[in-house]
Structure formats: C-alpha cells, structure tokens
Ligand binder design. Sequence first.
Ligand code: ATP
Ligand code: MG
Length: 370
Amino acid sequence: MRLASLTLEQFRSYLGLTMRFGDADLHVLQGPNAAGKTNILEALSILSSGRSVLGASEDDLMTWGHDHYRIRAQAISDDAKEQSLEIVSQRQPRRARVGFLNDVRLPIGRLTGALPAVIFLPQDLELFTGSPSRRRDLLNDLLVQVSSEFSASLSAYQKVLKQRNALLRRIREGTGRQQDLSIWEEGLAREGAAITLGHLELLQVLQCTLAEELQALGESWRSVQLVYDRHGSATTAEWIAAELMNDLVHFRERDLAVGSTTIGPHRHDWHIEADGRSIASFASRGQQRTAVLALLFLQVSFMEVRRGERPLILLDDVFSELDTMHQDRLMQSLKGHQVLLTTTHVPDRLADAVLWTVGDGEAVKSTVTV
Ligand SMILES: Nc1ncnc2c1ncn2[C@@H]1O[C@H](COP(=O)(O)OP(=O)(O)OP(=O)(O)O)[C@@H](O)[C@H]1O
Ligand SMILES: [Mg+2]
C-alpha cells in the first residue's frame, strides 16, 4: 500500500493541509519541536486503526476553536488499485464519527485495516520497560487492522467495560444493585475471550521468527520467547470465557473497592524472555532497542502476510536515536515500503529521500532529495 495524498482539515495544528507523495519511498518530515510532525503521523494512525496512536480524545484532535476534523487519504494498493479513505469527526450539532471508503459511508470499524500501517513511536524505544498500555495497544492496533471480528470484539468489550465500571461506582455510592453486574459480566467474558485469544495467537505467530530477526540484528540469545501475562491459562474461546466469568465474580469485592474492573484483557501484558529472563530485567539499553527493532520487523511481516499488502511505515522521531548499525538495518529491511519518518535534524545517512519542511500549519515538499 502506498499513500498518494493526505488531506487534513481542522486536525490538530492543521486548518488545511494537502500532501502529495508521488513515487518516492522515503519521506522525511523535518521541522523543529512542536512544528506538527507527529500530528501528521497521528492522523494516519487514525485512518489505519480507527484511533489515535497517542490515545488522544476527539476534542483534542480538532483544531482548537473548531468543531470537526476531517482526514482523507488516497492510497494505491500493491496491485495498483486506487482507493480513498476518509474519517470525519464532529461535536456539533451532535457528536458523530463516520468513515468513508471510496466515498461510501461506513462505520469506522469497517474502515480499519483499509490502510495497513505500522507505527514506531519514540516511547517504543522503552517498550519493554515502559507502561503496559502501549504494549497492549501494539497488539490491538495490529489485530484491528487484520480482523474485523477482533475489531468488533474490542469495541464491544470497551463499551461493556465502561458500563460495568459505571455500575461498580453506582453500587459503591449506594445507587446501583450488585445483582445487575452479571448483565455486563457475560458480555465482558465473551468479548474478553475473543480478545485474549487474538492476543495469544498473534504472539504465537510473532514468536515463529523472533529468534531469526534477533540473530540478524546480532543478538544471539540461546532461547527467546514471547510470553503473555494474564490471570488464567485456558486456550480456547469457550474456556477463556468461563475462566474470565469466574474471575469477574471472584474479584467483585476488589473491583467494588477500587471502582473499576481489575481483571480481563485490558489488564493483560506480555514480555520477551531471553534465556529464561525477562529482557526488561537484564538487557542493556542497546539490547532492548535491538529487540524493539526486531519486533517492528515482525509486525511488518505479519501485516504483509495477513493482509497480502505491504504496510505503510510511520517512524516518529526514532531514527536519530538509533546507532548506525541499527539505522542501516532499518533502512535495508524497509526497502520497497513507503516510509514516513519525522525528525528535527535530517540525518546524513538517509539517501534518496523526499524532504518535507514542516511548520506553521504547513508541510512543504522540497525538490531537493537528501
Ligand atoms: N487541537 C489542536 N489545535 C491546534 N493546535 C494543536 C492541537 N493539538 C496540538 N496542537 C499543536 O501541535 C503542536 C505539537 O505538534 P506535534 O506533536 O506534531 O509536534 P512535533 O513536530 O512532532 O514536535 P516534536 O519534535 O517536539 O515531537 C503543539 O505544540 C500544539 O501547538
Ligand atoms: Mg513529535
């Protein structure tokens, strides 16, 4: 998949922006801090996975003082089919968020995956020591792009979770009834099982070539394992749902005390174990970066295999953080993909790139390649 153009309307710092990408593979978006570089990648993350990769609220995404935003892209698939994708979100006259694929209106959940993309954020350099929410999001963002069933389960789960949490708080305040909890728990167990199973299967697939990728990056641990951290051990949808239902009932007192649901895939986590130890606990900064990079390559090939389409690669501010070996390996591995890379200073190792100067609500394509 390649982006032919991107148009933003009242999105973050852009009142109106159009970028036409042409045939080049590598696009370097250069500008000082707060110029609006990440905003462009964030807009693309919304088109590809239906949500802001930074977890921003709809109100924060609309340009301050405005009541809607629009993100539109023209994309060309690997077999040369053109398609347009659009998401419009408004808060006036009522809140609404709709998607368009080739100008046909459809729910956002049906649009996700139409623009396959893999994004690499600066905080991903600390993926294994950072917050579990980014690790969970990484799995979810991949899965929503390859499975509409997973996407439907995830949004249903999130809705039911909100309802159960609201009820827990009402019970605590004395205005809700404990016996009503089971209404939400059945839904949570069913959708939670689908999500857990999705996570387990994804980690299993990524596991297949993890050692190989690490080795290619010069890391020769004897054994490497992707481990899913959860309460429970069932491996079929039916049994995971039964386990989850049991846990939800079992931990009701605790959930009531904290006023939120403390069990389920929204609390699961995962880690890499090398030679029997979590890499977060012993690996050097460089080794962790190697593992993060290996994981990026795994995500890219997963998308390619499952979608039969090369994903767009979005690299936010990470290139200059890597050493020269990792930089070279990154560029080699991503050859043939369209890459959008943001940076404050253009590194001299990037050849054949189209340079964009970002700032003042604009992104201007330079005729000079670096
Ligand atoms: N809703 C909004 N409306 C208008 N402007 C916004 C909105 N949200 C963010 N901004 C502007 O966008 C700027 C941040 O843009 P962005 O994060 O893309 O910068 P960047 O070029 O990636 O910077 P850095 O190099 O520091 O990462 C903020 O400083 C803010 O001024
Ligand atoms: Mg940024």
